[in-house]
Design a protein around this ligand. Structure first.
Ligand code: GTB
Length: 224
């Protein structure tokens, strides 16, 4: 008999994005939904994540964390990679395709996400600085540079490298942060790539589950 291990993730009891699915628990929820693994959620406050019990799981006092049996992980990239390695559905079977999907995961986190985070910081945390107006276009252009390169590579394909993979999941998770800025719409194939991902049943279930935390309403029919 195979015993099912419970997957437990932590996320904010009150996400600062108001349930838009932009906090980093969303990518872990999405990965678990893609591979069909149920999971438990432990809600934590901003105070709790800085306390020693949570820091034992996450040295930097952040969410998400992931627990499975005697394994505790932090960093959304490492968590999604772990899920993808242990369950079918997010990494190709052939070794080279697998390596390329992992490269796309790293590209999302190391190459595409940094300028996008920089833009969020420039808008949210530095918007009131006297130099902000002058700097913002530079930061936006750095984002555009990356999007242009990504858009050229994606071309008219549905996914970055063959079938949908953990590389796409991570890339789209990163791009979603740009949706409200309008910059994504300047690259129609990237906007369509994100929309195609949001239409995936697994994405919808994950989104409904994180929204339910915020609204207090259980997702309806999310596992039909
Ligand atoms: N590199 C880590 C990972 O990928 O797991 C980064 C984790 C991280 O930044 N976690 C954030 C956190 O715990 C929450 S997701 N912050 C608390 C702290 O550092 O004290 C970041 C986030 C927050 C809010 C929005 N939003 O409002 O749109 C989007 C993303």
């Amino acid at each position: 008999m195979t015993l099912l291990k419970t997957h437990t993730i932590t996320t904010f009891e009150r996400s600062p994005d108001g349930g838009k699915g932009l906090a980093r628990d969303m990518r872990v929820r999405w990965a678990l939904e893609e591979v069909g693994q149920p999971y438990d959620v432990r809600l934590v406050s901003f105070t709790e994540i800085k306390e020693s019990a949570h820091r034992a799981l996450h040295p930097f006092g952040q969410i998400p964390t992931y627990e499975e049996g005697d394994l505790a992980l932090f960093e959304s990239g490492a968590i999604v990679f772990h899920i993808a390695e242990h369950h079918a559905g997010l990494l190709p079977d052939d070794a080279n395709g697998r390596a390329r999907a992992i490269a796309w995961m790293f590209a999302a986190l190391n190459t595409v996400e940094p300028p996008i985070l920089e833009l969020a910081t420039a808008k949210l945390l530095e918007g009131d600085k006297p130099w902000s107006k002058e700097r913002l276009p530079l930061v936006e252009d750095r984002v555009r540079d990356r999007l242009k390169q990504l858009s050229a590579r994606l071309g008219s394909a549905n996914w970055l490298d063959g079938a949908f993979s953990a590389g796409d999941l991570m890339m789209v998770s990163v791009l979603l942060r740009l949706k409200l800025s309008g910059i994504l719409d300047e690259y129609s194939n990237l906007a369509a790539y994100v929309a195609r991902s949001e239409a995936r049943p697994a994405y919808k279930r994950a989104f409904a589950a994180q929204l339910a935390v915020f609204t207090g309403k259980p997702p309806t029919g999310w596992r039909e």
